[in-house]
Design a protein around this ligand. Structure first.
Ligand SMILES: [Zn+2]
Length: 304
């Protein structure tokens, strides 16, 4: 990678894909942004790419995706998408490291206390694990959204994580909330890339409280209750799978026929047209603190 003033730098990640596109003239670099994050250097390219829209493996199939905390997501096919195993381990390490940090002598503006060297060490460790947790989650999310978007013609998700707005101070919960919008954003542009479409269920659609068997809506369902039991038809089903099935049926029932189902979805959100741009997601180029190697990443902005 050659940057003005800096010169040519080796990158940790391969730039081959991007270079090949430049050689064949199917891509044009519009800009590059260099930044440093948690001791690593990144360079993100904004690239205009000629991309052909491919078709999903099952264009007529619809899938409901219920995003969760315990699992990353549950598909209406009954397939749970678990959080990566590394993630839970990293979260545990993060808790330990944060505790260590809080026990050491940190800076105090009131007393003028300077942070101790051991505090600085602990802080670097916390930062490192934070970055790792974020990266593990990013990777899992990209794999999930790519998988779903290349397989199904229609993907249905909830509008907002309404149930998640209940007060919950757990770390995992917090992270799940933060990535909810990101998953939706990726599904939006990835379904566009693959000739599919993304449908967003109305925020008032009671995907968790509705029975996927008979359509009865429960007045109340506590978050702690992981199993959905229907009082009307006696169905017993995993809570998240039930929600995913309802999301799938949401499209079958409400769109494009436009018929009201009386399931409590009194407002409708038209499925948004998929497509759009991927914001720059720089890949890691390598290098730890103080390491001067630059990192580059191929990042594509999609325009038509
Ligand atoms: Zn039922």
């Amino acid at each position: 990678m050659t940057l003005p003033r800096v010169g040519t730098i080796k990158t940790h990640e391969s730039t081959r894909k991007l270079a090949r596109r430049l050689e064949t003239g199917t891509a044009r670099i519009l800009s590059a942004a260099v930044r440093r994050d948690a001791g690593r250097w990144y360079c993100a390219f904004t690239v205009e790419v000629a991309r052909h829209v491919s078709a999903p493996a099952r264009p007529d199939a619809t899938v409901g995706v219920d995003l969760g905390i315990k699992a990353l997501a549950v598909l209406s096919t009954g397939e749970p998408v678990p959080n990566p195993g590394h993630l839970n381990r990293a979260l545990k390490a993060l808790r330990t490291a944060s505790r260590t940090l809080s026990r050491r002598v940190g800076p105090d503006r009131r007393t003028g206390q300077r942070p101790s060297a051991r505090w600085e060490t602990a802080r670097r460790e916390v930062t490192r694990i934070h970055t790792r947790v974020a990266n593990l989650r990013k990777d899992a999310i990209h794999k999930l959204t790519t998988d779903v978007a290349t397989t199904y013609g229609t993907v249905v998700v909830e509008d907002l994580n309404v149930s998640g707005m209940l007060r919950n101070h757990k770390l995992a919960r917090h992270i799940a909330d933060a990535s909810f919008g990101e998953i939706r954003r990726q599904l939006d542009y990835k379904t566009g890339w693959n000739g599919g479409q993304l449908a967003v269920a109305d925020r008032w659609f009671p995907s968790s409280k509705t029975c996927s068997g008979c359509g009865t809506v429960k007045p109340k369902l506590s978050l702690a209750n992981r199993i959905f039991t229907c009082d009307a038809c006696g169905v017993i089903i995993d809570r998240d799978l039930n929600a995913a099935l309802n999301l799938k049926q949401y499209v079958d029932l409400e769109w494009p026929g436009d018929t009201k189902t009386g399931r409590g979805a009194d407002q409708k959100t038209k499925p948004s047209l998929a497509g759009g741009c991927e914001t720059p997601t720089p890949h890691h180029l390598g290098g730890q603190d103080g390491d001067r190697r630059l990192v580059t990443v191929g990042c594509e902005q999609w325009t038509q």
